[in-house]
Design a protein around this ligand. Structure first.
Ligand code: NAD
Length: 246
């Protein structure tokens, strides 16, 4: 029996990296998946490669209206909503707090934190009707600081707090809500924005002396989405090759 048979999921930022690996694994496990992303080319290509179990919808995670639209379309197309992975995110500036661009601060908070709130705000009433699971993509940087990344770190700490609070609020309402904290994972977000020297340094910050793979994060998302994690809510789960262990 597939683990997500007859389940309907939304995955934001589903066209690339970690989100894409989650979409692919969820479909393999029997779910119907609405892939949401700003990148229309990659999202359409992915949906076409996976067939009728998926639909791509262009949507901006920082827009409340777009988040509402995603829930409406998922229900209209697939009949219900059981699972949401609020995963869309960006990196932002590399600067000290004193030098950090004010517009960049707002943009990172809008996508990485407000986007998760808007997502849950519209997903929860629908998921509550049938029971299910929400997974918010935090980071190891939702637990510890990281120089020159204030907006990203603040947003990810916010995602962890929001997850704990929502987990409490919905503990008896049939919706489990958890956050995932990946270490540095080899995706376009990391590979395209950091030079080789930085990537080599980051490898040494993980006990396993390497970066993670998107598929390794997707396995944790699957467990949290499935009934196998039935007594798990309001929690933060690292998948970080030992980054936080030092
Ligand atoms: P990625 O850049 O490969 O994928 C992110 C996707 O989100 C892209 O397809 C992009 O088009 C989409 N996106 C960006 N802004 C959007 C918006 N406003 N609305 C909708 N979609 C938008 O990055 P990734 O590494 O797969 O990151 C996915 C999530 O994992 C992010 O929240 C990121 O912060 C988190 N994360 C990544 C790492 C890492 O090392 N890669 C570590 C910890 C946490």
């Amino acid at each position: 029996m597939k683990q997500l048979e007859n389940k309907v999921a939304i995955v934001t930022g589903g066209a690339s990296g970690i989100g894409k690996a989650i979409v692919e694994l969820f479909v393999k496990e029997g779910a119907k998946v609405l892939i949401a992303d700003l990148n229309e080319d990659s999202g359409t290509k992915l949906a076409n490669s996976l067939g009728e179990a998926t639909v791509f919808v262009k949507a901006d995670s920082s827009s409340p209206e777009d988040n509402k639209k995603l829930v409406d379309i998922a229900v209209e197309k697939f009949g219900a909503l059981h699972i949401a992975v609020n995963n869309a995110g960006i990196g932002g500036d590399a600067a000290t707090v004193g030098d950090y661009g004010l517009e960049s601060w707002k943009k990172v908070i809008d996508i990485n934190l407000n986007g998760v709130f808007y997502g849950m705000h519209y997903q929860l009433p629908e998921i509550e009707k049938v029971g299910g699971s929400i997974i918010n993509m935090a980071s190891i940087l939702g637990q510890v600081g990281f120089a020159y990344s204030s907006a990203y770190v603040a947003a990810k700490h916010g995602v962890v707090g929001l997850t704990k609070t929502a987990g409490w609020e919905y503990g008896t309402k049939g919706v489990r809500i958890n956050a995932i904290g990946p270490g540095f994972i080899s995706t376009p977000l990391v590979d395209d924005n950091l030079d080789k020297e930085t990537l080599t340094f980051l490898e040494t910050q993980h006990a396993m002396q390497r970066l993670g793979k998107s598929e390794e994060v997707a396995e944790l998302a699957l467990w949290l989405a499935s009934d196998k994690s039935s007594f798990v809510t309001g929690s933060y789960y690292p998948v970080d090759g030992g980054y936080l262990a030092k």
